[in-house]
Design a protein around this ligand. Sequence first.
Ligand code: ATP
Ligand code: MG
Length: 408
Amino acid sequence: MNLIIKKNHNISQRKISKNSMKVLYRLNKSGYEAYLVGGGVRDLLLSKKPKDFDIATNAKPNEIRKLFKNCRLIGRRFIIAHLIFKNEIIEVSTFRAKNNTAKNHKLYSPNIKKSNNGMLLCDNNFGKVEEDAYRRDLTINALYYSIKDSGIRDYIGGIKDIKQKIIRLIGDAETRYREDPVRMLRVVRFSVRLNMYIDKKTEAPINKLSKLLTNIPPARLFTESIKLFCFGYGYLTYIRLRKYSLVYSLLPFLLNKFSKKNTIFFKNIIIYCFKKVDFPTTKKKLRCPEFLFASLLWYPLIEKIKKLLTRNKLKYLKAYSMSVHYILKKYSILLGIPKNILLNIEKIWNLQKDIETKKNCENKKIIQNNIFFQALELISLRSRAENQNELKKILFFWNKKIFFLKKI
Ligand code: ATP
Ligand code: MG
């Protein structure tokens, strides 16, 4: 183990959230070992603001629950404690033991269960901090900071990889991806967000194993999609996910067949909408994932409407409402999009016609509606994707209207 003492690193306790400090302090005071670990340590070392703070301890889940009133135990594969504070949730996990599922091995644990394809199904086997380090995904995520001595414990070489900007999976890459295919997405996400290189051995099996993502429950994939696409690096992440064939499990409609015209529009809108979400040009923030999925699914919707109109000879409104229902249902099942987000996607779509026909254009209330603003942004993307003058004129009309309505 390499101990990096206080004067040799840049982590200051002032940068750690007060709640995490309290949790670490209380665990230590009650006689448990406890460390800040994961993104909190990694991002502070890289002088970035951590998204959240994770804690690892030798206290067992029910011991954590006894210490904290605001504790909720979650997860089946591995039980962790969520400590719920006003503005943040702190994840406290108990040190995991070395992974061994071979029945004749001396460290065999009946608490670790794998599926036939190597995926971890149940992993409630607790161990020591040095064992826990080997169960983490990346070397840069396996650094343990103690508030007792302000030192960082590095069991695997995370500090060197941070300095050299290398994303390196711990252990045999193929085995670790088979245990949990989401690790492939995490490798890509951190390589983009932290602007780091992916180590060759970590990179090598990804293309071949990318299909394993189909075994992941859609709700988990959707949570990952938000982390991948909605934090300012969506476009670059999308490009890199494509490179490793990982994007198709997250956005399966990329493989849909479209008419010639819609193929071009669809390709264009993908680029434009990721860039728009990453770099909003207006002061109001675009709501990701609602806006992203409303835009990405727009041409699959148009294609479906077209099919119903030609094959079933339906009236436009009927074909439209059937298609909306069909697309939202299909992708809520495939992508795990939650209901509240589906509702907003539908509202953004429904407003497209109203905006095109200038409905309610004298109503001041309409411009205060956030969904209207998202819908107008979709009109803007469509006008660019299709290079359509009519839509550009409509956009111009509304922008002028909004300007005057705001003045009243
Ligand atoms: P961020 O919170 O900025 O997205 P993070 O690395 O903190 O990044 P979390 O999802 O908060 O990511 O996870 C906390 C820590 O738990 C990770 O740093 C890593 O050590 C461990 N971890 C998370 N997911 C996995 C996984 N699939 N396999 C192994 N370890 C994991
Ligand atoms: Mg984290």
